[in-house]
Design a binder for this molecule. Sequence first.
Ligand SMILES: Cc1cc2nc3c(=O)[nH]c(=O)nc-3n(C[C@H](O)[C@H](O)[C@H](O)COP(=O)(O)OP(=O)(O)OC[C@H]3O[C@@H](n4cnc5c(N)ncnc54)[C@H](O)[C@@H]3O)c2cc1C
Length: 359
Amino acid sequence: MTELLEKLRQLLGPKGLLDEDIEQRTTDGWGAQECHSPAIIRPENTHQLSEVMKLCHESGQKVVTHGGCTNMTRGCVSSKDELVISLERMTAIESIDSTNRTMTVQAGAPLQTVQEQAQANDLFFTLDLGARGTATIGGNIATNAGGNQVIRYGMAREQVLGLEIVLPDGRILSFMNHMLKNNAGYDLKHLFIGSEGNLGIITRAVLRLRPKMLSKTTALVATDKFSKMSHLLNHMEQALGGKLSAFETLWQNYYCIACKGENMGPPPLSENYPFYILIEASGANAESDSEQFLQALESAMSKELIANAVLAKSLQQQQTMWAIRDNIPALFAYQPMMLFDVSLPISEMESYLTEMQKI
Ligand SMILES: Cc1cc2nc3c(=O)[nH]c(=O)nc-3n(C[C@H](O)[C@H](O)[C@H](O)COP(=O)(O)OP(=O)(O)OC[C@H]3O[C@@H](n4cnc5c(N)ncnc54)[C@H](O)[C@@H]3O)c2cc1C
């Protein structure tokens, strides 16, 4: 490997290859796993990465790609004989096209930067999750992340119009489509979305943007039966006429742990309900949207779908509610722990969870 590292150093310069203090880096969202790789390779553009991959391919060198290393399933863990390829120098927002509502970025751009740049241009990038400050767009796409607004806008896949990829042998594939409607043949970018770096390294992306939302109404509600939650979801979707943007259910055991985490204030609702739901609607008119939201909640209460509810009256209260949903790190106090992202049809959730808890 020494010879390969020397070639990579010559290719990338001193900033492009780190081989000191590497174990201080953590490789997952727990902040727990040390990095054991002999070096971190940090290309600054697609061309450099392509040359890196050619050299690695020629010498049969295994690599592990790092975005923000916020995944919770140890997807960035590397061993002593694997090199890390980090996208941390490929963070540029290359362009924003307000007419076509697209943004072209390098894959190492942090999610939050993308959101803020969209916002600054009166536009909206719909993907959002608790790790926004550190997670990268490339990592979001590689894991096909869902996030807080998946119910309205779909997963990361739905926000990607175009991709550029470097294959394991260094070849560059460019599918940098900018159009929402494009029915010209196969759409191979989808193979790479959710592939977790197994098929290639995502280097650039064309992202779909939407018009900026002008209103946001948030409530935390509690209910006493699982079946009521699914009725409530249908009720809110119908009553809000397409404005429902989040419906995040929290089980009592999670709620109690998350509310007690660091920097958390008093819980917005008492801790004695079996289920909590964070409900949010976004639209274009703060006054009428909030009125519609309130009416929807009131009619849900009169149908006894909700046992208790608290409406956020300020941005700070909205943030407090979301902080509970996002406080996954509070779970880290319990060890050993393995996290999974399990998807089920709503109709199967209750029996699955009852069985799981029994086990
Ligand atoms: C507090 C918190 C809240 C979260 N909430 C949610 C949530 O609500 N919904 C949800 O779906 N997820 C959630 N996640 C997980 C989240 O989806 C991932 O952490 C994030 O999308 C990964 O981005 P990353 O840049 O950190 O990728 P990394 O963790 O660096 O990488 C993830 C995987 O993708 C590969 N990879 C990274 N970059 C590239 C690239 N450019 N090309 C090819 N492969 C690459 C890596 O090798 C690894 O296998 C949460 C995580 C945290 C810490």
